[in-house]
Design a protein. Sequence first.
Length: 251
Amino acid sequence: MRINTTKAVVTGGASGLGEATARHLREGGAAVTLLDRDTERGAAVAAEIGATFVETDVTDEASVAAAIAKAKETMGGLTCAVNCAGIAIGEKTLGKDGPHRLDAFKRTIDINLVGSFNVSRLAAAEMAQNAPEPDGARGVIINTASIAAFDGQKGQSAYAASKGGVVGMTLPMARDLAREGIRVMAIAPGIFMTPMLAGLPKEVQDQLAASVTNPPRLGDPSEYARLAGFIIECGYLNGEVIRIDGALRMQ
């Protein structure tokens, strides 16, 4: 696979890691369809980079099926899915106000884990129809985990559980889809300058940056995007989770 022949859907494509990935792929010549719930921002980004936008709820089967069908129609096929849609909450299992809200836990799992699986399975069904490359390749799925899957901090039970699920399904999904020639990878980012972190006070951002081993700064979403592009083009990468975190290990 090469970026300039890739036909990709990117969830969470209206901002953060998803937007950076969409921009990087378009710069490399790929056809891209952005899937996001933010219609205003999603449409604006798509228009700016020459992509397509489809309003999508990743947790809803019908919504994702319609979005993938539209993407396939617009791009003339589908060879890649990058799942960046997700949420993060901070809430202790037992806090000052009582037990962790169950609805908040379920929503985090639903969007981060179930949503990633929902898009992956429906995208795989379309990729399986592609004519194979000489090595049998028909497509690649890249899901977004987090270093919180390995060393989650206090207040991250829901988030860490959701990302741990993404890590856990990477290898079995790769094995499931091997017959169809579809690779499955996951990226586990550390602390990146996404819209969520950009809203924090400068002193908090500096403290977070100082905790990174080397280089002592926040990750740039373009670095995630370049890694996603490398995964697309490196056909022997499969069934693995790659940390991109400046050697950060959460305390």
